[in-house]
Design a protein around this ligand. Structure first.
Ligand SMILES: [Zn+2]
Ligand SMILES: [Zn+2]
Length: 342
């Protein structure tokens, strides 16, 4: 019998279609065909994110120097050459008849995670992962008081099905002058929950999942990774900080280092269990936490792109998930965390 589950934050209903359920290992995707050395070199020569091709991108905003190579960089942050939103000019309102328009003010940056074209995030060292989180943190904090920004998202698209256009490992940051709908639902929902329950819904569910354990995937001193009870997607994973904080901008150094560890831990489990699936990693954080500081709780979500939302989802905004979160969690929890790259 399928089950309708309610998201306690957004109050949306999700169908967990257990009768259509696949076994967790049925989701495993085929790995890409290995390219020859010549094909790899050709790809690297055309890649704007590879060392030596820095002239193909706008000048860098931030670079962490390589410890091994004095001249080289380890992480490089650049403006997106084809930005979705542009930092030039002032924000202004306009209208066309009944419609509102804002000019496209904002920020769109690319965080190049490694100089190695084929070195994915799962094979970075601990210190490289810590530097990546540090770059996320630095850019988030440098931008939070600039312009008329309402929201900043940091995200990572991995694989064809996740919408990535360049293979070279990178994340992106987009700052918008308006509050995006999905995020607004979360903040509003958390505020309503807080009004009635007098506590943050994320702290509440974190406490429950920590004790219950059935949907737990991984944990460390500062974070817990869970398969969310009312997941929209198979293997949807939430990474929640144990310490309540509305904004990623306020994390401690210890939390940053623990975040680096758990992000990579979960992604290694995905790789081992699901065969390098496409996924989207997204930061959910309140840019201006003054108002909803008690109600909202920053976190990361990872959505593997194993199924495609279709007519029902697009027509209703209601999702059918063909994998029980409990089974997904068990499968990932029992996975090896050492990765042998093929
Ligand atoms: Zn490259
Ligand atoms: Zn909380």
């Amino acid at each position: 019998m399928p089950e309708l589950r309610k998201n306690i934050i957004t109050r949306e209903w999700v169908v967990i279609a257990t009768e259509r359920s696949k076994r967790p290992d049925d989701f495993s995707v085929k790995k890409e065909i290995i390219k020859t050395k010549e094909e790899q070199n050709l790809e690297k020569s055309k890649c704007p994110f590879c060392p030596g091709n820095e002239h193909m991108t706008p000048p860098e905003i931030l670079a962490y120097k390589s410890k091994n190579n004095f001249k080289g960089w380890q992480i490089r942050v650049i403006p997106n050459k084809f930005p979705a939103l542009s930092p030039a000019g002032e924000l202004s309102h306009n209208s066309v008849g009944i419609y509102d328009i804002l000019n496209g003010i904002g920020v769109h940056e690319v965080i190049i995670e490694t100089p190695e074209h084929y070195n994915d995030i799962i094979s970075l060292s601990n210190s490289q992962m810590e530097e990546l989180v540090s770059a996320y943190f630095e850019r988030y904090n440098q931008l939070k008081n600039k312009f008329n920004l309402e929201h900043i998202i940091i995200f990572r698209n991995h694989g064809d099905r996740a919408g990535t256009s360049l293979l070279h490992p990178h994340s992106q940051l987009i700052a918008t002058p308006v509050m995006p709908k999905e995020f607004w639902y979360e903040v509003e929902g958390a505020s309503i929950y807080y009004e009635y329950e007098e506590r943050c819904p994320y702290c509440h569910l974190l406490e429950f999942e920590d004790q219950d354990g059935e949907r737990k995937i991984a944990e460390n001193d500062s974070f817990i990774a869970i398969a969310f009870f009312a997941s929209r997607y198979p293997f949807e994973t939430w990474i929640l900080p144990r310490i309540h904080n509305a904004s990623f901008s306020q994390i401690s150094m210890k939390e940053g280092n623990d975040l680096a560890l758990i992000l990579q831990d979960v992604l290694k489990r995905f790789y081992n269990c699901l065969g390098d699936p496409s996924y989207n990693l997204t930061l959910h954080s309140l840019l201006k936490p003054e108002k909803q500081a008690e109600a909202y709780h920053w976190h990361f979500k990872i959505i593997p792109r194993l199924t495609t939302p279709a007519g029902f989802e697009l027509g209703t905004g209601m999702f059918i998930n063909v994998s029980a979160p409990e089974e997904a969690a068990k499968f990932l929890r029992e996975s090896k965390t050492e990765v042998v790259l093929t």
